[in-house]
Design a protein around this ligand. Structure first.
Ligand code: FEO
Length: 169
């Protein structure tokens, strides 16, 4: 059985993952307006990943006999005006999510929930990957600068990304 404190922390994180899905959906729309279809695809995969992250926790709370409470999802705001700025925001957001996963692990340690700790390990590794991924694209965008041809080449690369449903936990 899951503790009340752990259950609350998971429910808050489900909300953050769903917010991430929502934020990336807004960013997908930003790139759709720019007609950068590779970026659109990259964010589409991101949207699906975030949904899977939320559902992984949703299923886990049920599995542990807890109650899922769906909280209000904030309105997402795309702060950037250029692909570079949008990726700066994306990296900042992923760093925030990493800090949230760390927070959940702190709660799991506090209530001595080893099952939750082991479950959250997957999310921690995923965050390392996410930050590296986004950081890599951000570095490329910095190199590209105002070079439109190079931006279109990156767009082509991002078109190749495919969603592989993750096996969580
Ligand atoms: Fe679910 Fe991108 O963190």
């Amino acid at each position: 059985m899951i503790s009340e404190k752990m259950e609350k922390a998971f429910n808050e994180q489900i909300n953050k993952e769903l917010y991430s899905e929502y934020l990336y959906l807004a960013m997908k729309s930003f790139f759709t307006e720019l007609n950068l279809q590779g970026f659109v695809n990259w964010f589409d995969v991101q949207v699906q990943e975030e949904h899977a992250h939320a559902m992984g926790m949703y299923d886990y709370v049920h599995e542990r006999g807890g109650k899922v409470e769906l909280l209000t999802i904030d309105k997402p705001v795309v702060e950037g005006k250029t692909p570079l700025e949008v990726f700066e925001q994306t990296l900042k957001h992923e760093e925030f999510v990493t800090s949230r996963i760390n927070l959940l692990m702190d709660v799991a340690e506090e209530v001595k929930d080893r099952a939750a700790l082991s479950f959250l390990d997957w999310y921690l590794k995923e965050q390392v990957e996410e930050e590296a991924n986004v950081g890599g694209i951000l570095a490329t965008l910095k190199l590209i600068g105002d070079d439109k041809k190079a931006l279109l080449m990156l767009d082509k690369d991002l078109a190749a990304r495919v969603f592989n449903p993750p096996v969580i936990g």
